[in-house]
Ligand binder design. Structure first.
Ligand SMILES: Nc1nc2c(ncn2[C@@H]2O[C@H](COP(=O)(O)O)[C@@H](O)[C@H]2O)c(=O)[nH]1
Ligand code: MN
Length: 498
């Protein structure tokens, strides 16, 4: 059998690559399996016996018995995780390219992120790809953008379907309650909730059971998810704050989490044989995906609320146990009031809850005509649901914004945060002592026992939230309402559950 040179790349860390000789089977060589040969070489060279999937560039899986076409010079190997790489370039049937806009003047946007956005605009059926000021590069597709398309691309929404941020009041801030004292009260939040997760989901009309309900509902999860107790730094719009019930000298909880392993399992199912499937409404899979997506968006909301419920319990139960603690008196009053209501969600007094990874149908003007589009938001907040949070980092301020304008320039969306400035593995995040990362320059306290996460998520990893907000205000798409200051940031201490 003749041989060909093929470069094998590790999907999860694409700096790791090897070039090997792969025999090219001819029509008579029915016994020879190219995929197995590649995996064998990869397992030996990368010292990883779990490698089991071979992807071609674009995300298509190489199956048992399939041969590599002449143009394939590189393949990616994975342990089963989703393909990470650019989508396959295909000519659009209409010969068009969607409009690309990036709403950033002051904010830094890396050219690689813009390239990713441009690649998205070339996908079949995409009308417009709009980058928010927090736009940054993702594994395959950019983060911090809204994409209007004729059909649905599950991979554009990503694996954390339903991820979002919600805000809850925690009562008056006792004068002597330091961040350190408050941090001590946040215990066992990574462990599965001891209550009835299925009953909690029923409160949201969720009857369908999943393997993530018991283990993961009510937990923060890894990465840049967080639960942050904040104070009010500055009120910009007093009337808007009054309408939300936000005032100075109070504590609030910002909860950022999503659908944990549930959303990832859905994306995995849809991308097994094609890295970037495109579902149009005539495809039977279209409604199946949408039904799973909608369930997951709701599950993620229930997750944020349960996390808030657990955090309130952590804070108030201990306060009840320490009634003599003078610091806590005012917070105790809030709890006693809350205990009288029956639906536990009423106790939360939720102020807002904004999903930033989802797809929804809406009207959008394309070439002067109003058309129904599927608006994909990958790290972008909708503008039609009231106030919108825009978090900075655990060492920066966070904003609550009021959406403005007609939504045409910004695809009815706003930035969902400051956005990453440096990749998680950037060497410049690794300087200094890890121990020093549990407090911030704003005097807040960080709970995170995972040293890698502490480094990857350090405040310097993020862009300036002020620049992001300035860009949105100058663009006439949002106005600042209130600035929040981090007090205690809870990150997961270990990644538990599925
Ligand atoms: N207030 C905090 N904001 C944070 C923290 N870690 C990240 N962030 C911001 O949240 C967004 C959300 O990003 P996503 O793409 O994961 O949804 C991110 O862009 C940051 O600006 C934190 O600990 N506290
Ligand atoms: Mn998120």
């Amino acid at each position: 059998m003749p041989n060909r040179r093929i470069t094998i790349i590790l999907n999860s860390n694409q700096t790791k690559r090897i070039t090997v000789l792969v025999p090219v089977p001819t029509s008579g060589d029915t016994e020879y399996n190219v995929k197995e040969h590649i995996l064998l070489q990869a397992r030996n060279k990368f010292l990883n016996r779990y490698l089991s999937v071979v992807y071609l560039w674009g995300g298509e899986e190489l199956k048992d018995g399939e041969v590599l076409s002449d143009k394939e010079e590189e393949v990616l190997v994975s342990k089963g995780e989703a393909y990470i790489g650019p989508p396959k370039k295909q000519k659009r049937s209409d010969g068009k390219v969607g409009e690309v806009r990036v709403l950033a003047n002051t904010s830094f946007v890396h050219e690689e992120a813009v390239k990713q956005l441009e690649a998205v605009a070339e996908l079949e059926g995409v009308y417009a790809a709009v980058g928010m000021p927090d736009l940054h590069k993702g594994d395959r597709f950019p983060i911090g953008c809204a994409i209007a398309a004729k059909g649905i691309y599950p991979a554009l929404i990503g694996s954390d379907i339903g991820c979002g941020i919600s805000l809850y009041p925690l009562g008056t801030k006792p004068a002597h309650l330091t961040p350190e004292k408050l941090a001590l009260r946040l215990r066992r939040l990574d462990e599965p909730w001891e209550g009835d997760a299925r009953a909690w989901l029923k409160l949201y009309g969720i009857e369908k059971e999943t393997e993530w309900d018991m283990e993961s509902l009510g937990t923060v999860g890894g990465g840049n998810h967080f639960a942050e107790i904040v104070t009010v730094e500055r009120i910009v719009d007093a009337e808007a704050c009054e309408s939300m019930g936000v005032s100075e000298n109070h504590l609030y909880l910002l909860a950022h989490t999503g659908s944990r392993g549930l959303g990832a399992s859905i994306l995995r199912d849809y991308t097994r044989s094609n890295g970037n499937p495109y579902l149009t409404s005539d495809n039977p899979e279209f409604n199946v995906y949408l039904e799973q997506h909608n369930h997951t968006v709701l599950w993620a909301k229930a997750n944020r609320d349960l996390l808030a419920h657990r955090i309130k319990n952590c804070i108030f139960r201990q306060i009840q146990e320490q009634r003599e603690d003078e610091d806590a008196n005012e917070l105790v009053e809030t709890k006693e009031e809350a205990e009288t209501s029956r639906d536990p969600r009423e106790d939360l007094g939720k102020i807002l809850d904004v999903t930033h990874n989802s797809v929804r149908q809406c009207g959008y003007e394309v070439d002067g005509n109003m058309v129904d589009v599927w608006l994909h938001r990958k790290g972008a907040a909708p503008t039609d649901q009231g106030f919108v949070p825009c978090p900075g980092s655990r060492g920066d301020f966070s904003w609550i914004l009021q959406p403005m304008g007609d939504g045409q320039s910004n695809a009815h969306s706003l930035a969902h945060g400051a956005g990453r400035l440096h990749a998680r593995n950037a060497p410049n995040l690794r300087r200094g002592k890890v121990d020093e990362l549990t407090t911030t320059s704003l005097g807040s306290c960080v709970i995170c026992t995972d040293p890698d996460l502490l480094v990857q998520e350090r405040p310097e990893a993020y862009k300036s939230v002020q620049a992001v907000v300035d860009d949105m205000e100058e663009g006439g798409i949002a106005e600042g309402v209130v600035v929040l200051r981090p007090y205690v940031t809870y990150k997961t201490s270990q990644e538990r559950g599925k």
